[in-house]
Design a protein around this ligand. Structure first.
Ligand SMILES: Cc1cc2nc3c(=O)[nH]c(=O)nc-3n(C[C@H](O)[C@H](O)[C@H](O)COP(=O)(O)O)c2cc1C
Length: 323
């Protein structure tokens, strides 16, 4: 039986590389798509001209489908993302949101993207949003659990996936905390028709972040990953270092409002300091999910897609009996 995620997105393997701001840039996106998965530009916060430049670079590296990220939240960045995706003729719009989805708004923007020939992936963190996304016309849902890298949400991936597959009929891709083929087999049994991985692709050879960032991911164990920035309303998973410890200390000893201001100040530019300059011990922020504990080496993208799928199929062939 054909895989619906592959059919809809025009890809060979049901593996999506999660959008990662200023991390999933053209070289990673093109490598994932060229190897048969879906590469996704981390374009959610980029100015339009940079998105269009990145789209052109991806196109020069692969003829296969890829996606670009936008956030469906009110504000000027929304129009930047939508218009760049339409003008750049990006085949797939990968839509996250920081707030709960509004049905009218989702319907309007999905239609605009569909009319321009784009497929729409809705990345959701709550069952309610999955139901709204399907009603609004999304083609594929990514259900991302709290353990997923980037912004940490609230619902566990295992609970969310099981809830969502019982309530929607469009295909659902499992996301958050996945880095092994055995886990991919487990979520397949739980109803997922594909997997999304972010942190794993961050540690790939083709990811254009500083090597120190990849080393920090590979060397982190599960309890090295901490959630920082709850006071700002947008907590993110980070590899523990001096900056993360300072952020946690501020949050433990100040009111929420005071902490939010202080955290914004000390974390300004911290992603850039780590990703570009490779300073990962003091002032730089390495945003990686707890799944870093399962990632032990920097590998070529191809192995995360082709070898991963072979192993995934092997796990699915094994039969288990408990009784
Ligand atoms: C460094 C980093 C940056 C991220 N930035 C974004 C982003 O800009 N937009 C978005 O929708 N998701 C973002 N995410 C989340 C990923 O797209 C993906 O959903 C998540 O990494 C999956 O969980 P995993 O890391 O456990 O595989 C980011 C994740 C990481 C690790």
């Amino acid at each position: 039986m054909a895989n619906r995620v592959c059919e809809i997105l025009g890809i060979e393997y049901p593996i999506i590389q999660g959008a990662m701001a200023w991390t999933s840039m053209a070289p990673l996106v093109a490598a994932v798509s060229e190897n048969g998965g879906l590469g996704v530009l981390g374009s959610g916060f980029m100015p339009k001209e940079i998105i269009l430049q990145q789209v052109e670079i991806v196109r020069s590296m692969t003829k296969k489908p890829f996606a670009a990220n936008l956030f469906l939240d009110p504000g000027p960045q929304l129009e930047v993302g939508v218009s760049a995706i339409i003008e750049g003729k990006v085949p797939v719009a990968y839509i996250d949101s920081l707030n709960l989805l509004d049905l009218d708004m989702a319907t309007e923007y999905y239609k605009r993207l569909h009319d321009a020939g784009c497929k729409v992936i809705a990345k959701i963190n709550y069952l309610e949003d999955a139901i709204v996304a399907e009603k609004a016309g999304a083609d594929v849902i990514i259900a991302k659990g709290v353990e997923g890298g980037g912004h940490c949400t609230k619902v566990s991936g295992r609970v969310l996936l099981s809830e969502v597959v019982e309530h929607v009929s469009i295909p659902v891709v499992a996301s958050g905390g996945i880095a092994t083929a055995r886990q991919a087999a487990a979520v397949t049994v739980a109803g997922a028709e594909g997997v999304e991985m972010g942190t794993a692709f961050m540690a790939s050879e083709e990811c254009p972040v500083h090597p120190n960032v990849k080393e920090a991911v590979v060397h982190a164990i599960d309890r090295d990953i901490v959630a920082c920035g709850a006071s700002t309303g947008e907590p993110s998973w980070q590899v523990r270092n001096k900056l993360a410890d300072e952020m946690l200390e501020i949050e433990a000893t100040h009111t929420k409002a005071e902490a939010a201001d202080m955290i914004r100040e000390i974390s300004q530019g911290s992603l850039r300091i780590a990703s570009l300059e490779g300073e990962v011990k003091e002032k730089g922020a390495v945003l990686a999910g707890p799944v870093a504990g399962l990632i032990h080496e920097i590998r070529p993208v191809k192995t995360w897609i082709v070898d991963f799928t072979e192993e995934w199929k092997e796990w699915l062939k094994k039969s288990y009996t408990l009784f």
